[in-house]
Design a protein around this ligand. Structure first.
Ligand SMILES: [Zn+2]
Ligand SMILES: [Zn+2]
Length: 332
């Protein structure tokens, strides 16, 4: 009997699904790509055809120009070669999906990036039982336990109100994190205009077009200092300490990222107000998810594989490390 999942081949630059002649999240241009979500380390430009959710295709369109491919809505099933392929929500960013592959009586689920916390900007993670679960492990160490998102947002608002002469400048990745922070602020009753760096504009507009209402956003560039006092301003992490931010009224520098759990990372970016808000599962969510999905095998990618390997062994689940390249923490 062939080993489980012998038709799925992990290569350093992606997972190759032989009977579909397709690659999942390939790091190099390929004739046919199945893409889990729009972050740059998963969705690259230049593929022949792309199969992804309509939202992911729209995000790729903003980033790389129009894609030739096929939109596949959540829950819709499609035959690719000899494989039945479907996309189910991963709860990571708008349009993010786990890819479900069925072939030869075996079901493989490739999680892509995922989280289990509620996120007002996207559909929640869907538990899909399977034979092989290919999971990410970005925060795959027991030390990573993300705090409650609401309490992090409250800390931000508290700081804003405590120093009304200043502004709070929040570094947040352009795809997903920025919109989620905005929605979380709206959910905590912050109805005032939120100012954004120009680099966030296109994706914020796209989120709105795709049905995620972000409230009143204003471009921060060119706005007089006085108007920005007591305001929240969002920018990409790279702009936190650059020239652009020097024109702001004594910004309280914040950053929204799972890595803010690590003090040194906050210090590196001169972050005064670290906000631990992550779009990835923390340790408890990773292990809980493996329990719920109950696979025969777990394949681990994308981060700190070793601790999760060890956990699987302790729980008598066969586990394997995939050494894929090209994954960065664009999307923490
Ligand atoms: Zn990723
Ligand atoms: Zn991601």
């Amino acid at each position: 009997m062939p080993r489980l999942g012998s038709w799925i081949e992990p290569f350093p630059d992606g997972i190759y699904v032989r009977p579909a002649d397709a690659w999942i999240d390939p790091a190099q241009p390929k004739p046919r790509a199945l893409v889990t979500h729009g972050h740059g380390d998963h969705a690259r430009g230049g593929h022949g055809e792309v199969f992804a959710t309509p939202e992911t295709l729209a995000i790729m369109g903003v980033r790389y120009g129009e894609q030739s491919g096929r939109p596949v809505a959540y829950g819709q099933s499609m035959r690719v070669g000899e494989v039945d392929v479907s996309f189910v929500p991963a709860g990571h960013v708008l349009g993010s999906a786990q890819i479900v592959l069925e072939h030869d009586g075996e079901r493989v689920v490739v999680s892509g990036d995922y989280k289990r916390r509620p996120d007002p900007t996207c559909a929640p993670f869907d538990v899909t039982p399977c034979d092989i679960f290919v999971t990410e492990a970005t925060f795959g160490l027991p030390v990573f336990k993300h705090p409650d998102t609401g309490s992090e947002i409250d800390r931000l608002l508290h700081r804003l109100h405590a120093e009304p002469e200043r502004c709070v400048l929040v570094g947040a990745y352009a795809l997903g994190k920025a919109q989620r922070v905005i929605m979380e602020l709206r959910g905590r009753g912050h109805d005032e205009p939120i100012y954004i760096h120009g680099a966030l504009e296109r994706l914020c507009c796209l989120y709105e077009e795709l049905g995620v209402p972000l409230g009143e956003l204003r471009l921060a560039t060119g706005v007089p200092k006085a108007e920005l006092r007591g305001r929240i301003i969002l920018c990409p992490p790279g702009a936190l300490n650059d020239r652009w931010s020097r024109r702001l009224p004594e910004p309280i520098t914040a950053m929204a990222s799972g890595w803010m759990r690590i003090r040194q990372r906050a210090r590196q970016r001169n972050v005064e107000l670290p906000l631990v808000i992550s779009d990835h599962a923390d340790w408890d969510e990773l292990t809980q998810t493996i329990r719920e999905v109950a696979p025969k095998e777990v394949w681990i990618t994308h981060g700190r594989e070793e601790a999760l390997m060890h956990w699987c062994q302790l729980h008598q689940i066969k586990a394997r490390e995939l050494n894929l390249v090209g994954y960065e923490d664009e999307d923490d």
